[in-house]
Design a protein around this ligand. Structure first.
Ligand code: ATP
Ligand code: MG
Ligand code: FE
Length: 343
């Protein structure tokens, strides 16, 4: 099926078009530069930018894919979770298209889409697959028997998301927003020489929070370490701090993901979400999966951060599985749970 996907949960207006499991085009307009000076995404600014970018981005996607709107078999859209006003713009656009074209509408979960996007690169997901979802607002371990219908929660962060920790630590180090790519780059010039804490890995934490994460203690430890240097009038070794912080994050992420694979008897791990673009996470995950006999699947970095192709990918999987479309009363659900695949 030829499916167009619309993503507007945060600051990227994404429109992707897929044919079955094949990506045709992934068009993105971002308002990130308008938010950078605030050090975070400003919801009102994001909604207005989506409104302005929506129609031109749909037109550009169709043009680049050589597809006419009338050719589409389905429209998919992120119905949640995300910023309410931003989601509404995408949902309204998708409903309008579905009504005008008479095509089915699929309201899908943004987080499930971060996982489903991997089908565009590596084919259908093995069933079950274990998913490590690490993004700006979420850090979850999921057992996925069927990405179109059955996503189970194993654990999540009890405080900050992994991406949020990257963004906050980048700020402490005076690097730009969003912080993940800056830390990734800085860390390549540094050494892992500072032993920062690994949240929820002590024996007693592993009992109660076996597959949960915690990054706020790590963020505080990095801030304290940097402030102590500054107050002593000493030079802050930014690259070493970045490398040491990054290692602490990816060590815990991969350790618990592989523990979950082993304990749930799953031989395939997919990593998704913006933080999955991190080069050290990709390398360490590969190393540990190889050692454990687990097959690793990580989409290319451009598909890890928010985009429309991921929504189209999940929509196409739903069509191919014969899932029911959404009705036109489809809501934008800013707090849609990760276990609800479609609305
Ligand atoms: P959510 O998906 O939870 O709603 P989001 O959509 O805002 O949140 P994504 O676009 O999936 O988040 O990911 C953005 C996050 O990914 C940011 O926190 C950013 O710093 C982080 N990120 C992007 N590239 C990298 C990288 N190379 N290394 C580490 N983090 C990265
Ligand atoms: Mg973004
Ligand atoms: Fe996202």
């Amino acid at each position: 099926p030829l499916v167009l996907g619309i993503e507007t949960s945060c600051d990227e207006t994404g429109v992707g078009i897929v044919r079955g499991g094949t990506l045709l085009v992934d068009a993105i307009a971002s308002s990130v530069d308008e938010h950078a000076r605030f050090g975070g995404v400003v919801p009102e600014v994001a909604s207005r930018a989506h409104l302005e970018a929506m129609v031109p981005t749909i037109e550009r996607a169709c043009r680049e894919a050589g597809v006419r709107l009338e050719d589409l078999d389905a429209i998919a859209v992120t119905s949640g979770p995300g910023l309410a006003g931003a989601l509404l713009v995408g949902v309204a656009a998708a409903k309008s298209l579905a009504v005008a074209l008479g095509t089915p509408l699929y309201g899908v979960n943004h987080l499930a889409s971060h996982v489903a996007v991997d089908t565009l690169q590596h084919g259908p997901l093995p069933e079950p697959t274990l998913a490590l979802l690490v993004s700006g607002g979420h850090s979850n371990l999921l057992l996925v028997p069927d990405i179109t219908d059955d996503v189970r929660h194993l654990g999540q962060t009890i405080d900050d998301a992994a991406g949020e920790a990257f963004d906050k630590v980048a700020r402490v180090l005076g690097l730009g927003f969003p912080g993940g790519p800056h830390i990734d780059r800085a860390a390549r010039e540094g050494q892992v020489v500072i032993d920062f804490p690994r949240g929820l890995t002590a024996a007693k934490d592993l009992e109660r929070h076996r597959f949960d994460y915690s990054f706020s203690g790590l963020k505080t430890a990095v801030s304290r370490w940097v402030r102590a240097k500054q107050e002593a009038g000493e030079h802050v070794p930014v690259a070493d701090v970045a490398a040491s912080f990054q290692e602490a994050v990816v060590d815990v992420l991969t350790r618990k993901a592989l523990l979950a694979c082993r304990e749930h008897g799953v031989a395939d791990l997919v990593v998704g979400g913006g933080v999955a673009a991190n080069s050290r996470l990709r390398a360490l995950a590969q190393e540990r999966c190889d050692a454990a006999g687990v097959t690793l699947r990580v989409p290319r970095p451009g598909l890890c951060t928010d985009n429309g192709a991921m929504v189209a990918a999940l929509g196409a999987q739903m069509v191919m599985r014969g899932r029911e479309p959404s009705d036109l009363g489809l809501p934008a659900d800013s707090s849609m749970p990760v276990t609800v695949v479609s609305a």
